[in-house]
Design a protein around this ligand. Structure first.
Ligand code: GRF
Length: 208
């Protein structure tokens, strides 16, 4: 039987996740993979936090999930090796950071160079870098008096919140916003923009 070119499905990209907390961005990506909106497959989840909601979500979804941290591997280079080996043994193509609060180790960075993605809840380079996580980001936006903030999807290099920017979208800051209301509005966009951007990279519409 002859197979027409349009019947040949491109290989799904295998996603590995690094997460620390709630995991709502990871979950949005997993849901979009399941719904066929993202031509990718979640294959493993690693968290530095044994109590992360993200590990729970992953286990419920039947995705292998591991807690790897200084509590399981006191030596940082052994931890770096273990994280890298776990991703490689699950044949991960791309590494998706979704609220991961730790710096990436040198071996991991080397093995997955140009294949590590992150999301940040502001318009980088504004309100990024060390200490800029969670509500701190939105507090800084409100303190600056800026009228807009947004979401950034970027590649990861060795530093916090640096690396090539792949996509940014704006969110307006309202006069009566507090950090929590602003965070909620930004998070809604995060859940859309991360998957959309990854699919645009898969489609070759964004070059790395
Ligand atoms: C998100 O705001 C993300 O942009 C930032 O950390 C937060 C993680 O939230 N890097 P969740 O764990 O995905 O719900």
């Amino acid at each position: 039987m002859k197979i027409r070119p349009e019947e040949i499905k491109p290989k799904k990209i295998r996603f590995g996740f690094l997460v620390s907390g709630r995991g709502s961005n990871m979950l949005a990506i997993i849901d979009n993979c399941k719904a066929g909106k993202l031509n990718a497959e979640p294959v493993v989840v690693i968290s530095n936090n044994a109590d992360a909601g993200a590990l729970e979500y992953a286990r419920e979804a039947g995705i292998p999930a591991f807690h790897l941290s200084i509590n399981t591997h006191a030596d940082s280079s052994r931890l770096d090796d273990e994280i890298t080996n776990t991703l490689k043994s699950h044949e991960v193509d791309w590494l998706i950071l979704a609220g991961y609060m730790k710096k990436i180790g040198p071996r991991l960075l080397g093995e997955f160079r140009s294949k590590i993605f992150n999301i940040h809840p502001s318009l980088l380079p504004r309100h990024g870098g060390q200490g800029m996580y969670g509500l701190h980001v939105h507090e800084a936006v409100l303190a600056s008096g800026e009228s807009e903030t947004g979401v950034t999807i970027h590649m990861v290099d060795g530093e916090y919140d640096q690396g090539k920017i792949l996509a940014q979208e704006k969110v307006s800051v309202e006069v009566d916003d507090d950090p929590a209301t602003l965070a909620a509005r930004v998070l809604k966009l995060e859940h859309e923009l991360y998957s959309e951007t990854l699919q645009r990279v898969i489609d070759g519409k964004i070059s790395l």
